[in-house]
Ligand binder design. Structure first.
Ligand code: 0GY
Length: 289
């Protein structure tokens, strides 16, 4: 692994928050193990191993019942580790893959049978090389036929440029980590307000109210991120999902305690009704519907 790689927390706390029955950790990854599932040559980072057994053990420990595993860029478009995890999850995991424009319908159907329900389009420059928009549109056309959706990862300052493209996508869209706002600027900053407007005006766009640890400037317990998640959950309770982001790729400031992250949910979704939608009803509709 990279010399400055931070390994996931070895012994997270038990959350104080009791999760509702059927709760879904809707954003997490598997890395390798590299001996079985080698990392992609074009990767921008080399992580520690973080395989499905550790992920499923964490799921049970924290009180989740299900996972949505998102293909990480260190595995490129080789979805083998992801598909293996899905196939051995007893139907308790769904997946988001990364595919190239040459992917065949047969290959997509096979992934669908394993539990893949979407693809991820990544625009974060430190993670991937640039992909022409036409390539993404070609992929979108193919995956739409299976009823899949598209997860997009970008940073707040790039939304203005991306907005026309997002409006062209023909499926449900899920935006990672609230569009990665600069939380030091506050919820009223035009960049975050642009994101709120995007959700308000496009009923096919959902978001993950995830990654306080990644967005925070002040660090745990992530007080400076609460207003962002709380605003989104309050305004769009039927189009939000939540995940741990385990094993937390590319964290540099600190490695979060996953139990602390779960407890953060109560601060952005303060009522049981909100948490039922965020953790159970919404991800079930999107991934197990
Ligand atoms: C995340 C965030 C990151 C990485 C990836 O696929 C990935 O490599 O998603 C990141 O470095 O910000 O969602 O896990």
């Amino acid at each position: 692994m990279d010399a400055d790689w931070l390994v996931f927390h070895p012994n997270p706390k038990k959350p104080d928050l009791q999760l509702p029955k059927g709760a879904v950790d809707a954003h997490c990854h598997v890395f390798g193990p590299a001996a079985e599932f080698p990392f992609a040559p074009e990767r921008k980072y080399t992580p520690c191993d973080a395989g499905k057994d550790k992920l499923f053990a964490l799921r049970d420990y924290l009180g989740f019942e299900r996972n949505v595993i998102v293909q990480a860029t260190c595995h490129g478009t080789d979805n083998a580790a992801l598909v293996d995890a899905l196939k051995t999850s007893d139907g308790r995991a769904r997946g988001i893959a990364s595919v190239g424009p040459d992917i065949t319908m047969d290959a997509l159907r096979e992934m669908d049978r394993a539990g893949v329900r979407g693809v991820r389009f990544n625009f974060v420059k430190r993670l991937v090389d640039d992909t022409p928009k036409e390539v993404f549109l070609e992929i979108a056309k193919k995956i739409k036929t299976l009823g899949w959706h598209i997860v997009v990862y970008f940073e707040a300052q790039d939304l203005e440029e991306l907005e026309p493209f997002l409006k062209q996508l023909p499926t449900t869209i899920v935006v990672d980590h609230m569009g990665r706002p600069d939380v030091s600027k506050g919820v009223n900053h035009p960049d975050f307000q642009r994101f709120v407007r995007l959700l308000a005006e496009n009923k096919n766009i959902w978001t993950k109210v995830t990654c306080p640890e990644r967005l925070s400037v002040t660090g745990p317990p992530y007080d400076d991120v609460v207003d962002f998640g709380a605003l989104i959950v309050d305004r769009f309770p039927d189009r939000v999902i939540w995940g741990t982001d385990w094993p937390h790729p590319n964290m540099k400031s600190h490695m979060p305690d996953d139990g602390v992250l779960v407890d953060h949910i109560a601060r952005i979704a303060p009522t049981e009704a909100m948490r039922q939608k965020l953790l159970v009803d919404n991800p079930t509709r999107l991934y197990w519907g």
